[in-house]
Design a binder for this molecule. Structure first.
Ligand code: SAH
Ligand code: F3S
Length: 487
């Protein structure tokens, strides 16, 4: 049996794409290798959103070169966004790479691997660039093959990502995603529903709908338009499914019907990731984000009114082109006032092909970007702690995900009845750490919260509940890295 080793960086889309690639190769008789040294093929599923993510992959390719020199039959593959962005440049920089496949061409991987095995030499498959062809032609060159699922590659057996749409048409000035993932294309609601039902039949309890701007979802058939709120309502009726989440939201598309759906559908988590990106109108305009901070705050006020206990999270970019001290201060003020549960903070990284790269100088020095990053992270830390503290003394329902990072690092091999430090998430996506028997992994458990930190809560299993849970065998899988691990 041939064995594959795959490393995935970047967002949830990539996690799902890797799952699909593995599923497709398994059907061709491939298995998984525990280390690159044992593998017949080593794949990197890559991210282009910031330079740092690409640098890490090129250094990994440098390391795998030695392996390839010893074993010329080893197939080295670069998949995903960096493959689409760099195309033949990948092989110019790393000529020992055999396979370069963009995110819209991943369904071709088994065929391309077979061609390489048959001696056809290096293979490159990417989609069209977003210029020079009609939208339809470009869209068709980004194919999705989501029905191929592999339970073994999911973050956990009881959690899954389901794609609502691919691509993005927003073209924020800093962002490479519309260039590498192509035009926005929705999947049919019936397809999404069928996939969700299948996942639930396989033991899945939580589904996270994913799209670059998930709340822009629109599907029209027979004169009727289906929106994200309609999808949530239909998913809410799937028996056996306990929790539904969706990421990432675009502020302008946070419509009243969606907020009402989150309010009224008991399975939908009260967790909204709605990146603001910046606190200043001038910077938002340079970023071409399509809203003012006043409009963002108005959206936030509607959310707070309808969903007073919802956790809202954001992304921010510091050091964007021309960002002055005063402009940065507006972002700092926003984080101090808005009560975000968490924010993912990034230093601006110029991306070739984007409007910002072409038209605006990257003129904030690296040291200042670092400083602003630290200041904003500190402010968010204080806000997060203030938001978590009121949970102490409350009882929260938690979906238990697996060993905590501490116990994972200790490489314990506990049995189902052994107590370990576990971690799970509340309905509003707060991480909770507690000691409990391992058999609780994959279950909904009530936890009494005893302490709060900025990034997590701690607690104890509420009385009696641990014993009420059936004692069947539960497999432990590594939990997905938190979104802050995004490179
Ligand atoms: N809509 C996507 C966004 C992908 S990029 C989603 O599903 O999350 C994730 C985040 O990376 C963005 O929200 C933005 O804050 C940040 N980002 C994007 N391009 C960037 C760049 N060129 N430099 C720094 N951060 C960037
Ligand atoms: Fe990127 Fe803006 Fe789309 S951040 S993914 S271009 S909404």
């Amino acid at each position: 049996m041939k064995r594959l080793w795959i490393e995935t960086v970047g967002c949830q889309m990539n996690v799902l794409d890797s799952e699909l690639v593995v599923a497709a190769l398994r059907r061709q008789g491939w298995g998984m290798a525990a280390t690159p040294a044992e593998a017949d093929a080593v794949f990197y599923n890559t991210c282009s959103v910031r330079q740092h993510a690409e640098d890490k992959i090129y250094s990994a390719l440098g390391r795998v070169r030695l392996e390839k020199e010893q074993r010329p039959d080893l197939i080295v593959g670069v998949l995903g966004c960096m493959a689409q962005k760099d195309q033949s440049l990948v092989r110019t920089r790393a000529p020992w790479v055999d396979l370069v496949v963009g995110p819209g061409q991943l369904h071709q991987v088994p065929r391309l691997v077979a061609a390489i095995q048959a001696g056809a030499g290096p293979q490159l498959e990417v989609s069209f660039d977003r210029k020079g062809k009609s939208r339809d032609e470009i869209a068709r060159s980004f194919e999705s093959y989501d029905p191929d699922r592999d339970p073994g590659m999911r973050p956990t057996p009881f959690q899954a990502f389901v794609r609502t749409q691919t691509g993005c048409d927003k073209f924020c000035a800093f962002c490479v995603v519309p260039h590498v993932r192509g035009p926005e294309q929705a999947r049919a609601p019936d397809t999404i529903l069928a996939e969700a039902r299948k996942l639930v039949d396989e033991g899945c309890r939580e589904i996270t709908l994913i799209g670059q701007t998930v709340n822009s979802y629109r599907w029209t058939d027979g004169g009727r338009t289906h929106r994200l709120s309609d999808l949530l309502a239909r998913l809410g009726g799937v028996d056996g499914l306990d929790r539904i989440k969706f990421v990432t939201n675009y502020p302008r598309d946070m419509t009243p019907d969606l907020i009402a759906a989150v309010r009224d559908l008991p399975k939908v988590c009260h967790y909204l990731h709605v990146p603001a990106q910046h606190g200043s109108d001038a910077v938002l305009a340079r970023m071409k984000r399509g809203y003012t901070i006043g409009e963002y705050m108005e959206m936030l006020a509607r959310v707070r009114e309808e969903l007073p206990h919802a956790a809202v999270t954001s992304d921010f970019i510091v050091g964007f082109c021309g960002e002055t001290d005063a402009e940065f201060q507006t972002t700092l003020d926003l984080v101090k006032q808005a009560g975000f549960k968490n924010s993912f903070i990034f230093k601006y990284s110029p991306r070739p092909g984007t409007k910002a790269f072409e038209r605006l100088p990257d003129d904030v020095p690296e040291e200042r970007k670092k400083e602003r990053h630290r200041l904003l992270l500190d402010a968010q830390g204080e806000a997060s702690l203030a938001g978590n503290t009121p949970f102490v003394g409350t009882r929260q329902q938690v979906l238990v995900e697996g060993l905590s990072t501490r116990d994972e690092k200790r490489d314990l091999r506990p049995g189902p009845d052994d107590t370990a430090q576990l971690t799970g998430r509340t309905m509003c996506d707060r991480i909770v750490v507690f000691d409990a028997p391992l058999r609780l992994v994959g279950r909904l458990v009530d936890i009494d919260i005893t302490a709060a930190g900025a990034w997590s809560l701690a607690g104890i299993v509420a009385d009696g509940l641990a014993d009420a849970v059936p004692l069947d065998q539960v497999h432990v899988h590594q939990i997905a890295p938190p979104p802050s691990a995004k490179v």
